[in-house]
Ligand binder design. Structure first.
Ligand SMILES: *Cc1c(COP(=O)(O)O)cnc(C)c1O
Length: 473
């Protein structure tokens, strides 16, 4: 490479060869995803150590580097892009988004300020507008694309703080359920609140935030001279997929003058489906919503979003000024992303959502999400036919939690039994599941969210659960 004497600027032929070789490896990899093991990290320590390397003075041949990547580094992993990944909340990995990244990084335009690339900024604004339409937000809503749900939750807490509290905000209190994703607590701490200002409200039998306790806590805190300002509801928890009573929480937030943020990182894109809209009713009343395109829209990791009902709130929370910056435009139709987010220079992440949505149309996503809802219902019906299975959380969306509970065993014995069950299922390598603790009981979870997961893989999953359970009881 570098025949022209500038190795950092490959020639036209070299670029073509490079892309061709990489395409071959990537396509082979994707084609083999279904037959790859669902997880392989047993040799993680040794494998990782063997890959430690010092700063190279000279270059290496591309094929050797691709060998290293695809033979040694990539396989040492959970197969998060494969059809058997039913753990945590699965991410996606649309190939089209990878192609979008190639384009975005190759053109390398600057989208932090509007004037530097008005056309590309417009495409990203279109994506944000589509997301606002999906959740039922009004025309003056806005938002930002983030790296994920955690950063979306963080920006939501900062925005709520700046809208609702004085500069000295140490008396501000935040309300959320004991099932809420830990990124909310982290967001509160990063936003400057003492951890003790985050109230974890207990949940009901369906793991939904208890409104009576919420109202009681708010009243107590007001009496104690604190300043309740924010309630965070969950639209699909990571533990069980529980969805809080969003209308009920919205009523309380309205009565109490609190900012309502809905963490819909997992559940939000089910708004594309009829069933999802019924479950998530009231979400459009939130002041802000976090939703993760790298979950429900099947994008690769690194794609979250925060939507805000009044786009002005984001600007008031983030806009600052510096002499060396170009003038920001003040046309309400346009936006400088640096004025509404913590970032200045950043990747052109909008293309990762824009390209697949334009290429396939949103109905392709709706259909895939409906398939996930069907698969979760099918799975729970099948689980019920396995003796001694206890369903701990019925699927509201595409997530269910269960355990094996043969009679006559202590809770401690049941926990050990179910940990062993999880290990045995995962050892078969067809699917990868994870567990959690629900009110002190160890539970297994199935979360169906990959666009690559279809009925055949779910049948394999249920066969593996059934066989592993039989071995143990
Ligand atoms: C995944 C998830 C998050 C965190 O989002 P990241 O994209 O992993 O940062 C927050 N809340 C919920 C409900 C989630 O499912």
């Amino acid at each position: 490479m570098g025949d022209n004497g500038y190795p950092l600027e490959p020639s036209v032929d070299e670029m073509r060869t490079m892309v061709d070789r990489v395409a071959t490896r990537v396509i082979d990899h994707i084609a083999s995803l279904p037959s790859q093991p669902a997880s392989y990290t047993e040799d993680g320590r040794a494998g990782a150590r063997a890959l430690a390397e010092s700063l190279p003075e000279q270059g290496t041949n591309l094929d050797l580097l691709l060998d290293l990547l695809f033979e040694r580094a990539v396989p040492l992993s959970y197969n998060t892009a494969g059809p058997g990944y039913l753990a945590y909340i699965p991410g996606g990995g649309l190939f089209t988004s990878a192609v979008a990244d190639l384009i975005a990084n190759a053109v390398n335009r600057y989208v932090g300020v509007w004037i530097a690339a008005p056309g590309l900024v417009q495409l990203e604004m279109n994506v944000i507008r589509w997301f606002c339409d999906i959740v039922g937000y009004p025309p003056d809503a806005g938002g930002i694309l983030t790296s994920g749900g955690s950063l979306a939750n963080f920006t939501a807490v900062v925005t709520a703080r700046r809208e609702r509290l004085p500069d000295d905000f140490s008396l501000g209190t935040i309300y959320t359920s004991d099932q809420t994703h830990h990124s909310v607590r982290k967001a509160a701490v990063l936003a400057g609140f003492p951890e003790k200002n985050v109230r974890e409200i207990p949940t009901n039998g369906r793991y939904e935030l208890r409104l009576d306790v919420l109202q009681q806590r708010i009243a107590e805190d007001r009496k104690a001279g604190l300043q309740p300002f924010l309630v965070v509801a969950s639209a699909g928890t990571t533990n069980t997929g529980a969805v809080d009573d969003l209308d009920g929480v919205a009523d309380t937030a309205q009565q109490e003058g609190l900012w309502l943020h809905v963490d819909a990182a997992y559940g939000g894109f089910f708004m594309l489906t009829q069933r999802g809209r019924e479950v998530l009713q009231g979400i459009e009343r939130a002041d802000s919503i976090a939703l993760d395109p790298h979950k429900g829209l099947f994008l690769p990791y690194g794609n979250g979003s925060l939507l805000v009902r009044d786009a002005g709130a984001l600007r008031r929370a983030h806009a600052t000024f510096a002499d060396y910056m170009p003038a920001m435009q003040d046309d309400a139709d346009f936006v400088d992303f640096c004025d509404v987010s913590p970032e200045l220079s950043r990747d052109f992440r909008g293309l990762r959502a824009w390209l697949p949505i334009k290429l396939y149309g949103i109905d392709a996503f709706r259909r895939s999400l409906n398939e996930k809802l069907d698969l979760a219902l099918w799975a729970v019906d099948q689980l019920r036919t396995i003796s001694d299975v206890e369903i701990l959380a019925e699927p509201r969306l595409s997530l269910t939690a269960f355990r094996l509970a043969p009679p006559g065993r202590s809770e401690g014995q049941l926990d050990a039994l179910n940990r062993e069950l999880l290990d045995r299922i995962n050892a078969r390598k067809n699917v990868y599941l994870t567990g959690t603790s629900l009110r002190g009981r160890f539970a297994l979870r199935i979360c169906v969210l990959s666009f690559r997961t279809h009925r055949d893989r779910m049948e394999q999953c249920l066969a593996d659960i059934r066989d592993s359970a039989e071995e143990l009881t």
